[in-house]
Design a protein around this ligand. Structure first.
Ligand SMILES: O=C(O)C(=O)Cc1ccccc1
Length: 317
């Protein structure tokens, strides 16, 4: 693996590279350089593989965008393979420039490349600016900028900082169709890492439901009856056959909270498969909804004591 760090290094952070990606910007906002070394990877699967192999201690990868939705490589990379867990989420405002080699004008641009999410968020403007130019996907925005510098494409959609990093000129600034886009990144670590509850946490998981009537309703009910609010749910193909899906979701609360732990245990009973993807501090600037008194840890503890009493032969109270 290029640039592998020695095991005596401080924390080794893999990220979707090369230098100049939004993932790098997100990592810089989340982790001071004194806390570890940054370690660019050519793709999301490569960043996750670096953690699985032990070449990196953690990886920062894009999870979803407010305009374009989830990043399939991250969703599928976390759902399959050796288990990893999310220990942190990071939100980043993204804005794009159309970057070219200095001297290139719009009329010279015959090829254009970027990460599919960047292309999707700029499709309207690009069609106006460059009619007839078919955009090509790359594994990152900065990867496209690097390829433009190498003469592989005429233009890239990337962060202003990537244009600078690869000696390109920003021919058009702010090329997004909708201003204000936010991307959510996640820091993932080997399974077993579990940040302590903060009181405002989220839990992520993937559940495979059976091909039967009401299977998704059963899954949702386990959250609803315990007063747990979902913040995201989406289906992904399991790639086994059409008709079998996994549901990737985030809910409010920490696995250490009784209601969340019991919901997870219930899913383990009612779903074909459940993978815990981590509990971590909520970082979108919003507060979890108030927990009904009947779903608080104290209510679970009281009910458990009551049941234990019955089982021990105490007179029903
Ligand atoms: O390619 C990048 O720079 C990334 O970090 C992925 C991405 C792509 C488009 C918008 C946000 C994040």
């Amino acid at each position: 693996m290029p640039g592998k760090l020695s095991s005596t290094s401080p924390t080794r952070f893999a990220y979707l590279g090369p230098e100049g990606t939004f993932a790098e910007a997100a990592l810089r906002t989340a982790v001071a350089s004194s806390e570890g070394a940054r370690y660019p990877q050519p793709s999301v699967p490569a960043a996750l593989a670096a953690v699985r192999s032990g070449d990196a201690d953690a990886a920062l990868v894009p999870m979803e965008n407010s305009v374009e939705g989830s990043v399939p490589a991250t969703m599928d990379g976390l759902a399959d393979g050796r288990p990893l867990v999310i220990t942190r989420e990071v939100f980043l405002d993204v804005s794009f420039v159309l970057a070219v080699r200095p001297g290139t004008e719009l009329a010279d641009v015959r090829s254009l490349a970027s990460h599919p999410h960047a292309l999707a968020q700029t499709a309207g403007r690009l069609a106006e600016l460059l009619p007839g130019v078919v955009p090509l996907p790359t594994s990152s925005t900065a990867g496209a900028a690097e390829a433009v510098a190498a003469g592989q494409y005429d233009a890239a959609v990337c962060a202003p900082i990537a244009a600078e990093r690869y000696g390109l000129a920003a021919l058009v600034e702010d090329v997004a169709d909708r201003p204000g886009a936010v991307t959510r990144f996640v820091l993932v670590e080997p399974s077993g890492a579990l940040p302590a509850p903060t009181g405002n946490d989220k839990t992520s998981l993937v559940a495979v439901v059976g091909d039967r009537t009401g299977a998704l309703l059963d899954l949702l009910s386990e959250f609803a009856v315990r007063g747990i609010s979902l913040t995201r749910i989406e289906s992904r193909p399991t790639r086994e056959r059409l008709g079998v899906y996994s549901f990737s979701l985030d809910c409010e609360g920490h696995v250490a909270d009784r209601r969340v732990g019991e919901a997870l245990a219930a899913l383990h009973r009612v779903c074909d498969d459940v993978r815990f993807l981590g509990s971590y501090a909520r970082a979108d600037g919003r507060e979890n909804k108030p927990v009904p008194g009947t779903a608080a840890d104290a209510a679970f503890a009281e009910a458990e004591a009551w049941l234990a009493g019955i089982r021990a032969g105490a007179s029903p109270g």
